[in-house]
Design a protein around this ligand. Sequence first.
Ligand SMILES: CC(C)(COP(=O)(O)OP(=O)(O)OC[C@H]1O[C@@H](n2cnc3c(N)ncnc32)[C@H](O)[C@@H]1OP(=O)(O)O)[C@@H](O)C(=O)NCCC(=O)NCCS
Length: 162
Amino acid sequence: VVELPDRIVRDFGDGLVVRSAAAEDLAELLALLSQLHEHEAPQTVTDELRATFAEILASGGRAVLVACRDGAIVGTLDLLVVANLTRGGRPWAGIENVVVDAVCRRQGIGRALLDVAADVAREAGCTKLQLVSHDRRGAAADELYSRSGFTAPVRGYRRYLG
Ligand SMILES: CC(C)(COP(=O)(O)OP(=O)(O)OC[C@H]1O[C@@H](n2cnc3c(N)ncnc32)[C@H](O)[C@@H]1OP(=O)(O)O)[C@@H](O)C(=O)NCCC(=O)NCCS
């Protein structure tokens, strides 16, 4: 298992902090994540989701990051660092569930989250950091990723499993 720091905290000034999520963030996090799937009913805290979140938080090589503005959670992403046999045994990293609260967009929050994720992955020795973005996400996601140093030299494949 790739070890990540127990606690990640980066203060960008101006009231913006990116940190690792904690168990008590679940309700705020679920409300924010509902903006990723707006056609689905928002999820609220249940015992099952609480247990799932505890499992995620306890997983090695995994960091759910939250961006907080003046204490409120306004952005998130989920970083996964994966042990690997190729490339001299160096791990690789993936990102999922990138979202910034609709009322706080275009303030650099998505960029801040991705910058912290890249630093954490680099410090863990990763050779690459990758993610996929559905075509329907459009210009905001495309622009954010290219401004954050991502290029698209690969073809992505996805098989939905129901
Ligand atoms: C994509 C998303 C995460 C961007 O977050 P954000 O905090 O607004 O992004 P930032 O403010 O850090 O933007 C950084 C740069 O990305 C580009 N960008 C961001 N949003 C943009 C938009 N709507 N149109 C064009 N460029 C955009 C700009 O270059 C911006 O820099 P600038 O504001 O100085 O011009 C946010 O729009 C979002 O949550 N969308 C809905 C969910 C989603 O699509 N998630 C991605 C899943 S793959």
